[in-house]
Design a protein around this ligand. Sequence first.
Ligand code: ADP
Ligand code: TRP
Length: 321
Amino acid sequence: MRKRILSGIQPTNKIHLGNYFGAIRQHIAMQQEGEPFYFIANYHALTSVQEAARLRDLTLDIAIDYLSLGLDPEKSVLFKQSDVPEVTELTWLLATVTGMGLLERAHSYKDKIAKGIAPGVGLFIYPVLMAADILIYQSDIVPVGVDQVQHIEMAQDMAGYFNNIYGEVFKRPEAKLSSTPKVPGTDGQKMSKSYKNTIEVFAEGNILKKAVMGIVTDSLPVEAPKDPETNTVYQLYSLFVSENERREMAERFVAGGYGYGDAKKKLLQKVDEYFASAREKRKELEKNRDYVEEVLRKGGERARNEARQTLSKARKYCGID
Ligand code: ADP
Ligand code: TRP
């Protein structure tokens, strides 16, 4: 039996290098291994985007991004989370077997509150909706960046609670990290749509230049030897280049006489080249929104058929049918 691969991404802003190297790149690579399900988590996004037109635009944008970056709708099922409303019902069923303590331990919730985001109920129970997303498709593997691993462990716990009480309904999912699961942002912290420290995948021209040139570095003079390992420009550059090119830049930094400005220019050129063909494809797809809508519609139907089966079993096992 083929493994079910599933992952989601929130349409809260434009996608960035962290999303690509942490998640999307491996999502696309995994198309060869099975029939993956990838969805745009618009229910989740409601915890931060509360403007209907913007949410609609961002949702379609993510679909266009995936297709431009190589998602093949013949191999993968791409859909909107909200086209499977069954996940919200399963969220409730899972909530009734989950303790407050589990959710109170969520790092991502605590980090968001620490950053001044209002502690809403939706944000608090976000991991329950995410568990429903995963469990409803009987997912085996969930490819994500490192920040999402705890949420997947919570989904394992919730599957266990439900199965223990009512009988085996859910499979135990496993997280899968990419080889670059934590991409730093322009300020050196984790790159994130909510931290204003991103380099967008589809940025070009001056906007891209500004983002790359704005990477925060220390103030060592050009002559000084520099440690590549603590240096964001070098870490980002490493994502794009061969082992030889990576070593060459590391040696230059260590030798001294090599400044951050020069390294940023090299990085800029690499980012620009790496995504050039995807950018062109994106411009084409932008003109063909009906096609993208159709891909999502078909994907939604396919996903919903799967979800109905699990939900109906879960309802039956807990006495709601
Ligand atoms: P963001 O944190 O920017 O809002 P999302 O939460 O929508 O991004 O994440 C979408 C996917 O991208 C998830 O699998 C997440 O783990 C991954 N991801 C996000 N930021 C990074 C990063 N800086 N490094 C690696 N992976 C990341
Ligand atoms: N919470 C994830 C994120 O912010 C998005 C997401 C929602 C997801 N449901 C999911 C990821 C299910 C994997 C599986 O990145």
